[in-house]
Ligand binder design. Structure first.
Ligand SMILES: Cc1cc2nc3c(=O)[nH]c(=O)nc-3n(C[C@H](O)[C@H](O)[C@H](O)COP(=O)(O)O)c2cc1C
Length: 197
């Protein structure tokens, strides 16, 4: 579809008994209802992401970076996306190692593309995780979106797969509006001229 942007929602936690897929499903529903996106969801629990990296960093290797074949679905989903939403919990005031591994195996796939965040956790609602992700993704030339969605004490704030706060869909729409704006602006810019990374 011409006027839609390819959105990849990344479910970042892979822990046994995790809550991440519940949040990911709700975010995907909001994104589909928004209408501005062609929505894809990738769950990092479905991808085998080794911690041992090749000798050279992916920044300079481009397509020849030697990734395991079992990572191909993740790499092509990142490559094809015009925009990302990272769904992350907070582990020890940061984001899970599964997300860091997925990020570190890639570089150009993030460049000059917008990333928004939906987080959840205890009192801070995963905001420490998002602060760290903003810092890391800026290094990969991604553009992070200011308006995120954070769910503090998610264990009392969700019921039957959706947040109890009636304002949550409105906050999601604001996030998605901003993400769509940036996705269009950055796609036009990437098409007009190669990004000077
Ligand atoms: C290793 C670990 C560390 C955690 N550290 C924090 C933390 O620093 N702040 C917080 O709000 N919640 C923390 N939590 C609680 C998580 O936010 C909560 O367990 C959440 O469900 C994790 O997401 P998941 O179920 O998708 O894995 C931690 C959980 C784990 C497993």
């Amino acid at each position: 579809m011409e006027n839609t942007h390819k959105l990849l929602i990344i479910v970042g936690s892979v822990r046994e008994g995790r809550f991440g897929p519940v949040v990911g499903s709700w975010v995907a529903e909001q994104a589909r209802q928004h209408g501005g996106f062609d929505v894809d969801v990738i769950d990092l629990a479905d991808i085998d992401i080794p911690l041992v990296l090749p000798a050279a960093p992916p920044k300079y290797a481009g397509d020849s970076y030697p990734r395991p074949a079992r990572m191909a679905a993740l790499t092509s989903a990142l490559e094809e996306a015009d925009a990302f939403i990272v769904v992350t919990p907070e582990y020890n005031h940061s984001y899970p190692a599964s997300l860091k591994a997925a990020i570190d195996w890639h570089f150009t796939q993030w460049t000059a593309k917008p990333v928004a965040f939906v987080s959840y956790g205890g009192a801070a609602g995963g905001r420490h995780a998002v602060l760290h992700l903003e810092n890391v993704l800026t290094e990969l030339h991604a553009v992070t979106i200011r308006d995120g969605l954070a769910f503090p004490n998610y264990f009392t704030a969700w019921e039957d797969g959706r947040p109890l706060d009636p304002a949550a869909p409105g906050y999601a729409k604001t996030l998605l509006d901003q993400l769509a704006w940036w996705a269009g602006a950055l796609r036009s810019a990437r098409e007009a001229a190669p990004y000077p990374a």
